[in-house]
Design a protein around this ligand. Structure first.
Ligand code: C2E
Ligand code: MG
Ligand code: MG
Ligand code: MG
Length: 292
């Protein structure tokens, strides 16, 4: 009896594995055609100055709608990285960031927010990346100094030697570099200091702990202090309530982003928000105070 159950258990287990592998393969194949099939959309999640609560930037987040549904980036990005599709997808995403930067600056001038875009480590290993980004910047008329590339701490610390030179080339185009999900990887501070960084994005995990745990507060305080010493800005991501926001402002965090303020918005809704804010005098031109 027990033996039978064991064997059945194994059979279900192996069917489950098989099913997972099949779904993965579907996603891998689907991703290859997603651009030409026009299945990607983008969202912009506002990034606000912690002191004034003025919108100063937006993170571009990718959404995929293959026929019959939506697949979360947390699920498809790792598969795209593994299969290599992230290279063409990442170019498409950067192109969208260029268009957005140009469009917002045309409409709002110096009040326009900057645009932040996620870049995978896998993209940095693509030989053509720097030339292609340069060409897209030129063709679109986007201002590289108003585009931030977000690289996760984990990806920055892997393959550091190679990334270093590509990162410096990207930075010398004028692009800014932010460390995403900061605090979850294993950064050596010595290595961090060798990167051309402008911003640290504190991971949601620490923001989540702010109103529950003392050590999260100590970590956020330490990161903000370190960032100031290194002349970097700090963004807290995943801010979900007023109490977390209160801590972040008091602890010296420069910018905030999260559902407490705004969810990721479709591009036209984000532009409407900018129009409303501008009309209400809620955008500022003083780049000294709020620029990256
Ligand atoms: P990320 O870069 O750390 O982006 C922040 C994620 O947190 C987004 O999830 C955002 O919707 C979510 N978020 C923002 N505020 C809150 C909040 O208050 N509470 C909670 N619970 N979540 C919040 P999303 O859009 O599902 O993206 C997940 C991850 O997928 C991103 O994490 C990023 O690593 C990756 N990703 C998304 N778009 C791209 C892309 O265009 N290229 C690359 N390479 N990766 C991307
Ligand atoms: Mg990000
Ligand atoms: Mg993040
Ligand atoms: Mg994250």
């Amino acid at each position: 009896q027990a033996k039978e159950q064991g064997r059945d258990g194994w059979r279900f287990f192996s069917e489950e594995i098989h099913e997972q592998a099949r779904r993965r393969l579907d996603i891998t194949n689907g991703l290859r055609q997603a651009i030409e099939r026009d299945e990607f959309q983008i969202r912009f999640q506002p990034i606000l100055c912690a002191q004034s609560q003025i919108v100063r930037g937006a993170e571009l987040l990718l959404r995929w709608f293959p026929s019959g549904g939506e697949v979360s980036p947390a699920h498809f990005i790792p598969i795209a990285e593994m299969s290599g599709s992230i290279v063409p997808i990442g170019k498409w995403v950067f192109q969208q960031a260029c268009f957005a930067e140009k469009q917002w600056r045309d409409q709002f001038g110096t009040e326009a927010p900057y645009v932040s875009v996620n870049v995978s480590a896998r993209q940095l290993n693509d030989d053509g990346l720097v030339d292609e980004f340069r060409a897209m910047l030129t063709a679109s008329g986007a201002d590289p100094e108003r585009i931030v590339l977000e690289l996760t701490e984990t990806s920055l610390m892997s393959d550091v030697i190679f990334n270093l030179s590509v990162l410096h080339q990207l930075a010398s185009l004028g692009l800014r570099v932010a460390v995403d999900d900061f605090g979850t990887g294993y950064s050596s501070l010595a290595q961090l200091l060798r990167l051309p960084l402008s911003t640290l994005k504190i991971d949601r995990e620490f923001v989540d702990g702010l109103d529950k745990r003392h050590d999260s507060r100590a970590i956020v305080r330490a990161v903000c202090g370190m960032a100031r010493a290194m002349n970097l800005k700090v963004i807290a991501e995943g801010v979900e309530n007023a109490s977390q926001f209160g801590y972040l402002r008091d602890l010296g965090c420069d910018y905030v982003q999260g559902f407490h303020f705004y969810r990721p918005l479709p591009p036209d809704e984000f532009v409407s928000l900018l129009h409303e804010s501008s009309a209400a005098g809620r955008l500022v031109t003083s780049d000294d105070l709020y620029s990256l």
